[in-house]
Design a protein around this ligand. Sequence first.
Ligand code: SAM
Ligand code: PRE
Length: 245
Amino acid sequence: MKDTVIDDLFDRAAGPVRPFEFDADVARVFPDMVRRSVPGYAELVGLSGLIARRVAGPGTRCYDLGCSLGAVTRSILRQTGPDVSVVAVDNAPAMIEGLQARLAAEAETDVTRVETLCADIRSIAIEGASLVVLNLTLQFVPIEERLGLLQRIRAGLVPGGVLILAEKFAGPKGRAGDWLTTLHEDFKRANGYSELAIARKRTALEQVLIPESLEEHERRLAEAGFAGSVRWFQSLNFVAWLVWI
Ligand SMILES: C[S@@+](CC[C@H](N)C(=O)[O-])C[C@H]1O[C@@H](n2cnc3c(N)ncnc32)[C@H](O)[C@@H]1O
Ligand SMILES: O=C(O)C(=O)C[C@]1(C(=O)O)C=C[C@@H](O)C=C1
C-alpha cells in the first residue's frame, strides 16, 4: 500500500514485451509510475478537486471513471461537502482492491462517501452526476466506443454538471508533434527511467493507449451533444478539458 514502491517494471529485459495491462504489478507501482510518466499529474489531480468544489452541490454525485487507486476520488472528497458522494469505477480488480485498502487505511477519509465499483465504464449507469471525471482513461477505450460513452455521460449530468476529460493526445505531424514526444521522453529520462524502460513501455502501450488529436477530441465532444468546452491544462502531450452541457 506504500506510495513509494519504485516502478522498474520495464527495466527487465527478459522476453518479448507484452501489451500493457493494469494488473497487480502495475497497481503496486502505479503512484510512482504515473507521477514519473505524466508531466503535471499532481496539478491535474489537485485542480480536478477545485473544479469539483465549484460544481458539486449538496447531495450530488461525482463519478471517477477509470479511478485506478483513487487519486482524483480523494481530491474530490477533500474539496467537497460531506453529503457529496463519489462513485469510483475501474475494471482492473488490482486497482479497486488497492483503492479499497487505501481508503480503509486513511483515518481522514469518510469511506461512506465512496462507492467503489469493479466494472467496465461502458456498462455502468451514470445518473444524477454533477461531475464526471475521465482522467487518462478514455485513451484506453476502443475508439469506436468513445462517442457512445460520452453520450451516456452527457445524459447522466444534472444541469450545471460538467465532465473533466484528461488525455494523452497525439501531437500534430511534423516538428511540433516531434517536439512534444521528445520532451515527454526527456521528462521520463529526467525522472530516472532508462532508455530500455522507455522503449519497452512505448511498445507495450502501442495497441493499448490510443491517443487522438485535440481536434478529434473536440469534434467528438460536440458530436456527443456537449454545449462547450475549454482546455484548462496542458503539459507536453497531456491535456485536460472542462466540458459542459
Ligand atoms: C491511467 S489510469 C487512470 C489514472 C487515474 N484516473 C488517476 O487519476 O490516477 C487508467 C485506468 O482506467 C482503467 N480502465 C481502462 N479502461 C477501462 C474500462 N473500460 N472500464 C473501467 N476502467 C477502465 C484502467 O484499469 C486504469 O486503472
Ligand atoms: O505515455 C506514457 O508513456 C505513459 O506512461 C502514460 C500513461 C497514461 O497516460 O496513462 C500510461 C500508462 C500508465 O498508466 C501511466 C501513464
